[in-house]
Write a protein that binds this ligand. Sequence first.
Ligand SMILES: [Fe+2]
Length: 204
Amino acid sequence: MAAGRTAELQRFIDGTEAAIMARAPDYPDAMAMAARIFSALKTKGGDAPGNPPARQEACRHLEQALGKAHDSPGPPGPIAELADAFAALEPEFTWHRRLQSAQEPGGFHDNHANAIIVGKGGLEDRGDALIGVSLVAPDIQYPRHRHPPEEIYLVLSPGQWMQNDNPMAAKQSGDLVHNPPNTWHAMRASEEPLLAVWCLWLEN
Ligand SMILES: [Fe+2]
C-alpha cells in the first residue's frame, strides 16, 4: 500500500488494477499503458485540495448500477470486489457534470455524472495518471469525444460502446474498451444505467 493513502482509496486502485489485469489476454494492446499507470500508482501523489463530497441527480441510479456490477454473471471475481470498493469510497466522491453538458441534447445534462478518483480534481492529486468514473442514466448517450491521452474504460455495468464511428456494440461487466490516442468514442446506456471506470496516462 502506498504510504499515506487511505485504505479505501488503495482498495479502489487495487480493485481497478486487478479487474483490468484479469482481462490482459483479451486486450494485449492495452496492457503497456495499464502497466505504466499502476506502476506509477505504487507511489502516492499529492494531497488533494479536499473538494467537498457532492452528488448529481444521476446518482439516483448508482445503487442499481453497482448492484449490476456486483452480481455480474459467473463466480465472484474482480468486478464484484471493485463494486464493493467503489461503494466504500463513493461517499468521498465529488460527482460533477461534464463541462458544457447543458448544451448536449437528449437529457444528457441531468442524466449523467462523473467523478475523478486520482488526478487533478480527484481524491489524490497527480499529473501522470487520471482515473475517474462515469455514470449514465438508462437510455442516455454520453457524447462522442476524443482526447490525445490513451485511455482504457473498464465496464462495471453493461452498456453500448462506440469506437471510430463504428456501430455501437454491447459490452458486459468486466470488458475493457481501449482507445488509442485521439480515437473518437461514445457510450450509451441501455435500459439499465451504465457505470464505468476510465484510466488515462498523461505522460508520453
Ligand atoms: Fe474518453
